[in-house]
Design a binder for this molecule. Structure first.
Ligand code: FAD
Length: 318
């Protein structure tokens, strides 16, 4: 079922969902089930599975020279989506990127998803690979998520890249896109970021999931701004409980979002990461309560492969 239908069917009740990462190459799929099993009692209508593009690593050879190698540390997004749908009978949402994909790769990926009975896709640009300062699209790929959304919307109309394709079977994907309450790190302003967000909606996206935020006022202001710009689709808040001291430095840098002083100081004063986890849970529970009160359709938790803290939060809220 489509995300938009899940939201309609809930009749204004806030639903619980989460996002998982495919396991590192070499790990078993049971590691994913172990982190998902404790969360299934909260009846997520859908579960997102992230996509991880290739990375470049340098391997030292016997002669001392470095050899550049391309590796994908977390393959398996599509396989895990199929496994989730089979095992739990819950809609799985694969993330799909512009980065590392030609348009032809994208079309073939979407055809696979259609055959597997996957009804939703999250369309993203992806970040620059570590060796690049800026995002560089594939020569035959898309530069922005809005272009990717267009291609998916075209396929939903039976329009393939090859004009000579005769049978033109239509896909029927519900398309989600990313939104940034504190603006995307590369965007010169929030206004310009929302301008391009609107473009993604115009081209066919029907819901938005936000980047993580730790101050609800940022989310509420973002939703108001989107609404005043004519964006009417559901805007699902993305939440992440802080779990380690290291994240105090990592999160603002990697996700370009601010951590409120009060939260920072509570974490700074923690003796160990177990105490940090408790602070993170408490903060996220308060955020969740306020968002439910405000009537958000879904609370979407970034689990990062660990579920004990998400379970503790969900037990209080749902
Ligand atoms: P876009 O919408 O293309 O925007 C990128 C930047 O370009 C923005 O600054 C925007 O303002 C600007 N822009 C857009 N269109 C134009 C235009 N036409 N001209 C000029 N500027 C423009 N990354 C992964 O690798 N895998 C994942 O699974 C993944 N999942 C994510 C899930 C969520 C909910 C979120 C919020 C992010 C996720 N990301 C993931 C990270 C995401 O790929 C990065 O944030 C990426 O840098 C931007 O992706 P986007 O789809 O928002 O890009």
């Amino acid at each position: 079922m489509k995300v938009t239908e899940h939201i309609e069917n809930a009749n204004g009740t806030t639903q619980f969902t989460f996002e998982i990462l495919p396991p590192l190459k070499g790990q078993n799929i049971t590691s994913i089930y172990d982190s998902m099993d404790p969360l299934m009692e909260f009846k997520p209508p859908f579960i997102d599975v992230t996509y991880h593009r290739e990375e470049y690593v340098y391997k030292e050879l016997e002669n001392g020279l470095l050899q550049k190698q391309v590796v994908r540390k977390r393959p398996g997004t599509v396989g895990i989506c199929a496994a989730i749908q089979n095992k739990y009978n819950v809609d799985a949402i694969p993330h799909i990127l512009c980065g590392g994909f030609t348009k032809e790769d994208t079309e073939n990926f979407l055809i696979d998803l259609g055959f597997l009975g996957i009804d939703n896709v999250m369309a993203l640009r992806g970040d620059a690979v570590k060796s690049e300062t800026y995002f560089i699209p594939d020569n035959e790929g898309h530069a922005y998520a809005s272009d990717l959304v267009s291609q998916i919307a075209d396929l939903n109309e039976g329009v393939y890249l090859d004009e000579e394709i005769q049978n033109q079977a239509k896909t029927d994907f519900c398309i989600g896109v990313a939104g940034y309450p504190e603006k995307h790190m590369e965007a010169p302003s929030l206004d310009s970021d929302i301008y391009f967000l609107k473009k993604k909606i115009k081209k066919g996206a029907t819901y938005i999931v936000t980047q993580m935020f730790f101050d609800n006022s940022k989310y509420f202001a973002f939703v108001d701004k989107c609404r005043s710009e004519g964006i009417t689709v559901p805007i699902i808040p993305g939440l992440k409980p802080i779990a380690t001291k290291k994240q105090l430095n990592l999160i603002p840098h990697r996700f370009s979002c601010e951590l409120p002083d009060d939260l920072v100081m509570q974490v700074v004063k923690c003796k160990d990461n177990q105490a940090v986890r408790e602070v993170g849970i408490e903060w996220c529970v308060e955020q969740s309560k306020e968002l439910v009160k405000a009537g958000v359709p879904v609370l979407h938790y970034y689990s990062m492969g660990k579920s004990d803290n998400i379970k503790a939060i969900a037990s209080t809220i749902f």
